[in-house]
Design a protein around this ligand. Structure first.
Ligand code: HDE
Length: 712
């Protein structure tokens, strides 16, 4: 967009965009975001008014033991600021973490959209991603069972674009008017504010068992998707159907997907629960550490494209956010990739203050009439006004567009700009009518809404095309791998076991699950001791499974950033430890040597082996695989309850374990069953490729029945 100075030239046109945008200038620079960062290194300590402070240790008192004086402006300013350090947390998605990165488009997207950042592969558009859980407050644990928020802000040269998605492709309700009900039901119960960070309670199951449109999303929440191993291994979805518009004004419907290069992986439920206590920051720590170590997570952004004329060709409604489009029907077309490569400097300023809104779109991207999306377009800006203290939150560094922005909006709380000129209105002749409108034609870049013909009565009614609530829940369940299905049964059983009112449990089983899949319903009913009433109108028809719904379809290709615990004691074989470390480094994996205490241990040659942590403090649940190293210390290991528990726990959680040399004896001693994931060898090098493949596979699923016998 051109920025002609109206003071220098007679304005010939009222169109600010009369010049085509200069492609050269569209490449964005991360340092544009940096100008707000403050570094106090080498600077004097001052008050907020800039007065240098001589004593920051003592308040001003009447005598050394005397009372504190009201006059002490330094104390008062410091305490007053402190008293107001918190802002209201987000109503939902309060617990979150984020990072900076960039997005880069692939070639050939101009047939779908005119959005510059999606069509020019030479631009690296800065982005900020915030991941979140939905239910819990800011201080809740990372690993709870919950859908994860996955919101991306693209700082494009045509304005900020927010893709505010989740790690599930469907939502719990179809119409925005039901969202507050849903959220009130899932949030901690109002009388005792329990539970924190979970849906295993009466009000949630009361609501969802009465609202069958939630069946599909609840199924996702009960699946392994809702307990991701880390935030780097999650898919993201835009959920709603959106619209892309190309330079000729042609529109297509799209569903956004983003898929991690690192593959998908999950926690086991037992791990998730333990991590919530042992390391409530497990996910945020993992993301931070991976980025600090240079293991930058990467996703591929893709779209499912539906031509306008195909809008009605599906047996569900494209506007219904409880439905996904199976990839067998419409494949995902990759359109670009994004990488997270920079941690924040300050959690509050960046992660807490970032303000997303699905209504932040740029030319070439538009909405559909999905009634959930329509309500979201209002909600997000509204909530920021109370959260961030007024309508100027877009001026906060993390929210500020990197392209110029000018309009006649003025004043209000926390106004950070000093606007020049007398005419804060349009039309005006005093400031030559600046800032001026820009034509919508693609070469100018003004935003124009897609011209969609709407013809209908004003009416409060759900479309008949939104009424099938169970087919896709069945599709999802039946598409899962066997072990994933078992986890779904376990999850419903666990959650409903926490529901105190029997009629709610029964309603969920007989009026929801029985309509989804009789086999699933029967298993949950049996576990809960409920009699299953087979509904007469149940349609238990087998569905054609969709391959891309199981997490198995998204295995990683390498073991980059995977964490391996290397258990050692005094008299360990140091050469073996070195070989493991060398190999891990060559694979960009993280091998951590865990010792009985934080002190280093001595190897067989009396050399010191440094400790990366002690076994008691770095539990097996935080690692992807374990190696117990040989040496002259079997008796010490046999007497070490922490190490024995470590191995049993890793086995229980289906992790690959290498027992080196003399440590193979532990397999029988600990009552473990030998399987393809328990590798026994005298030399690590001999099994390293096998071990790598096991880590890629992530879990030894066939071990699951045997592992049930191992104590938690
Ligand atoms: Fe949100 N949602 N939402 N939501 N949502 C918020 O916005 C809302 C919905 C999602 O990291 C709030 O800034 C309504 C679907 C994410 O900052 C709030 C409706 C999807 C985040 C809000 C929905 C989401 C939010 C809370 C139904 C997946 C966190 C504070 C009409 C596609 C963004 C805030 C971040 C946050 C409202 C439904 C995802 C209250 C009214 C569907 C990832 O405005």
């Amino acid at each position: 967009m051109s920025n002609k100075n109206p003071n220098n030239s007679e304005q010939k046109s009222q169109m600010a965009g009369a010049d085509a945008p200069d492609k050269q200038n569209t490449s964005t620079k991360l340092d544009q975001l940096e100008q707000y960062r403050r570094d106090a290194t080498g600077q004097a300590l001052t008050t907020n008014q800039g007065v240098k402070i001589a004593d920051n240790q003592n308040s001003l008192k009447a005598g050394v033991r005397g009372s504190t004086l009201l006059e002490d402006f330094i104390l008062r300013e410091k305490i007053t600021h402190f008293d107001h350090e918190r802002i209201p947390e987000r109503i939902v998605h309060a617990r979150g973490v984020g990072a900076h990165g960039y997005f880069q488009a692939y070639e050939g997207n101009e047939k779908y959209t005119k959005a510059g950042f999606l069509t020019d592969p030479s631009i690296q558009t800065p982005i900020f991603v915030r991941f979140s859980t939905v239910q819990g407050p800011r201080g809740s644990a990372d690993t709870v069972r919950d859908i994860r928020g996955f919101a991306i802000k693209f700082y494009t040269q045509e304005g900020n674009y927010d893709l505010v998605g989740n790690n599930a492709p469907v939502f719990f309700v179809q119409d925005g008017i039901k969202f507050p009900d849903f959220v009130h039901a899932v949030k901690p119960e109002p009388h005792n504010e329990v539970p924190t960070g979970g849906s295993a309670h009466d009000t949630f199951w009361d609501f969802v068992s009465l609202v069958p449109e939630s069946a599909h999303a609840v199924m996702w929440a009960m699946s392994d998707r809702a307990i991701p191993r880390n935030l780097r291994s999650m898919q993201g979805f835009g959920v709603h159907t959106f619209r892309l518009i190309n330079a000729e004004g042609k529109g297509v419907f799209v569903k956004f997907h983003w898929t991690p290069k690192q593959g998908l992986s999950q926690l086991l439920w037992d791990e998730a629960q333990k991590l919530a206590g042992k390391d409530p920051d497990f996910h945020r720590r993992d993301l931070y550490d991976a980025i600090e170590a240079g293991n930058y997570p990467e996703w591929e952004l893709g779209i499912q494209v539906i031509e306008e004329e195909d809008e009605m060709k599906f047996d569900f409604d494209l506007l219904d956010p409880t439905k996904l489009i199976p990839e067998e029907l419409v494949p995902v077309t990759p359109i670009g990739k994004f990488v997270l490569n920079r941690n924040v400097d300050n959690f509050f300023a960046e992660i807490e203050q970032i303000a997303f809104c699905p209504g932040h779109v740029v030319p070439g991207i538009d909405f559909t009439n999905d009634p959930l999306l329509q309500a979201r377009l209002f909600s997000y800006t509204d909530t920021q006004i109370s959260r961030l203290g007024g309508p100027n939150f877009h001026q906060l560094p993390i929210n500020k567009p990197v392209c110029p922005f000018h309009n006649s909006q003025r004043d209000a709380m926390h106004q950070g700009h000093i606007h020049k000129g007398q005419a804060a209105y349009q039309p005006n002749s005093i400031d030559q009518n600046w800032p001026a409108e820009t034509p919508a034609a693609a070469q100018y870049g003004g935003f124009e809404s897609y011209q969609e013909r709407i013809d209908g009565n004003k009416i409060r009614q759900r479309s008949e095309s939104f009424s099938d609530h169970f087919s896709q829940a069945r599709l999802y369940y039946q598409s899962l791998a066997k072990h994933e299905q078992k986890h779904v049964v376990d999850a419903y059983t666990f959650e409903l076991s926490k529901v105190e009112r029997p009629h709610i449990r029964e309603r969920e089983v007989n009026e929801v699950l029985a309509y989804i899949d009789l086999d699933l319903a029967q298993q949950v009913a049996d576990n809960l001791g409920i009699t299953l009433n087979k509904p007469k109108d149940q349609n238990n028809a087998e569905v054609k499974p969709s391959k891309k719904l199981t997490m198995e379809a998204f295995a990683p290709k390498d073991i980059k950033a995977k964490k391996i615990a290397v258990l050692v004691h005094d008299q360990v074989n140091g050469d073996q430890v070195k070989a493991i470390q060398k190999w891990a480094e060559s694979e960009s994996a993280v091998a951590e040597v865990l010792t009985p205490t934080p002190a280093p241990v001595k190897d067989l040659k009396k050399a010191e082996v440094a400790s990366d942590g002690m076994q008691k403090a770095e539990p097996s649940i935080a690692y992807d695989a374990v190696i117990i190293v040989d040496g002259d210390n079997l008796d010490a290991v046999k007497a070490d309850g922490v190490t024995k528990h470590y191995l049993q726990e890793a086995y229980k959680h289906l992790k690959p374990i290498i027992f080196l040399g003399d440590k193979s004896e532990l397999i029988d001693r600990l009552d473990l069953t030998k399987d393809k994931g328990t590798l026994v060898t005298d030399r690590f090098d001999q099994v390293k490729d096998q071990f790598k493949q096991l880590i890629i596979d992530h879990r030894v699923w066939e071990r699951e029945p045997a592992a049930e016998g191992i104590p938690a």
